[in-house]
Design a protein around this ligand. Sequence first.
Ligand code: IMP
Length: 180
Amino acid sequence: MRKLKFVTTNPNKFLEAANFLAEIELERVDRAYTEVQADTLNEVVKHGLRELADQGFENFFIEDAGLFIHSLKGFPGVYSAYVNRTIGCNGILKLAGNNRKAEFRSVVGLYLDKKINLFEGVCEGEISGEKRGKSGFGYDPIFIPENETKTFAEMEIKEKNSYSHRARALVKIFSYLNPG
Ligand code: IMP
């Protein structure tokens, strides 16, 4: 069994990863890193990986995600954390308009044996008409994945993992570590 650190200040993200990567021994490192203002999640993740590697961390991964609303040309995207802190789910519900198609994107950055690898996951879906559910975090109460009626916040972790952007990125780490 391989041991990996997941560096995240978000306990919910760690629970999702630990539930999904049951075959890997995961340790949570509750440590913040600079989330640079950049145009893509990839750039944010690469910067964070290098910063933590420079501080001496080894064999770890980080993850950055965002909500991209199609009618808003991908907004809030890389600004998702700021927008969540300011206008929050209620603000997004008002902004979304009639075309509510959206997607969550996740980029997991792995720093293993001094090499960087990025893995991406996407979950298509739509913005709900109102906030529903109590589980999860962030935009979970207003996001319904494709072929579902429930929001992420109305799901248990296992069910969210069967659709989520994060799980779809994490499964690629698993294949990378266990090829063939
Ligand atoms: P970050 O990956 O922590 O930078 O996330 C950016 C913003 O998107 C934050 O406000 C998070 O709460 C939100 N977010 C990230 N992943 C998810 C998710 O799986 N569900 C709901 N909101 C999320």
